[in-house]
Ligand binder design. Structure first.
Ligand SMILES: Nc1ncnc2c1ncn2[C@@H]1O[C@H](COP(=O)(O)OP(=O)(O)OP(=O)(O)O)[C@@H](O)[C@H]1O
Length: 236
């Protein structure tokens, strides 16, 4: 089966800066993969790259079977990106935003209703303009948009940020349900304990490269073999 995300030596530019500098990552259907790594490492760029928003100039970059180097626009309808910038319209209500962005992604009216209910936005908040929402309520609205669009690949940039305890638990539940339904999830987070609990595996992004992170129950790597000259190693 073809991987959902298939990056091999992918180089992606942000402006003229190669924020992905030869990234390798393969993710299969239904997998939940956590991207960890320091500030500026390239996590957001990797997620945006998979959403078809960043030009890939070298290597292999295929997402959901689409060749991002040939045409990165075709993948956009099939993925859901939860980003720092919400893209929501301040002057529209929560419900109107979810309906607008949901329809742009081809969703049905019942998907909008189900998404609002799942995110706890089906009461008073549905009629409130997004410009009047708190940061956490906006985050919930963005998540409702993502749910309504029912994407095949979820790309979540710091999905727990700005949410209260109930909201964080809700996000974890959404990720678990999505994965159980065969949806693939890539998420970045600095809240490693919480995010690791919902992920099947973790990778580390450093300097625009991706490295595996061994799982806690994997045996530690064998020590590297060292060639020792007869007479023993030099001691400084
Ligand atoms: N608009 C831009 N122009 C130039 N360089 C940029 C731009 N946006 C990001 N970069 C650079 O690309 C690199 C990767 O940034 P990215 O936002 O992907 O990192 P990150 O791992 O998501 O960081 P954080 O944990 O702080 O969110 C950084 O070195 C950053 O300075």
């Amino acid at each position: 089966m073809e991987p959902v995300v298939d990056l091999r030596g992918a180089v992606a530019l942000v402006g003229r800066f190669p924020a992905l500098a030869g990234a390798d990552l393969e993710v299969g259907p239904g997998e939940v993969v956590l991207l960890q790594g320091p500030n500026g490492a390239g996590k957001t760029t990797l997620l945006r790259c998979c959403a078809g928003l960043v030009p890939v100039v070298d290597g292999v970059a295929r997402v959901l079977g689409c060749d991002l180097r040939a045409d990165r626009r075709q993948v956009r309808r099939r993925v859901g990106l939860l980003a720092h910038a919400t893209g929501l319209y301040d002057e529209l209500t929560v419900e109107a935003n979810v309906a607008f962005w949901g329809r742009a992604g081809g969703c049905r009216p019942e998907d909008v209703e189900a998404a609002l209910a799942r995110m706890g936005l089906d009461g008073r908040l549905r009629s409130v303009d997004v410009g009047r929402l708190s940061a956490g309520q906006r985050r919930r609205t963005s998540l409702a948009v993502l749910l309504a669009r029912r994407p095949e690949l979820w790309l979540l940039d710091e999905p727990h940020a700005g949410l209260d305890q109930a909201g964080r638990d809700l996000v974890d539940g959404l990720i678990g349900d999505a994965s159980a339904a065969g949806v693939t999830v890539l998420l970045s987070s600095h809240e490693l304990d919480r995010a690791a609990a919902v992920a099947h595996r973790q990778v580390e992004v450093v300097g625009g490269h991706v490295r595996p992170v061994p799982s806690a129950d994997e045996p530690p790597a064998a020590p590297a073999e060292v060639d020792v000259e007869p007479g023993g190693p030099d001691v400084a």
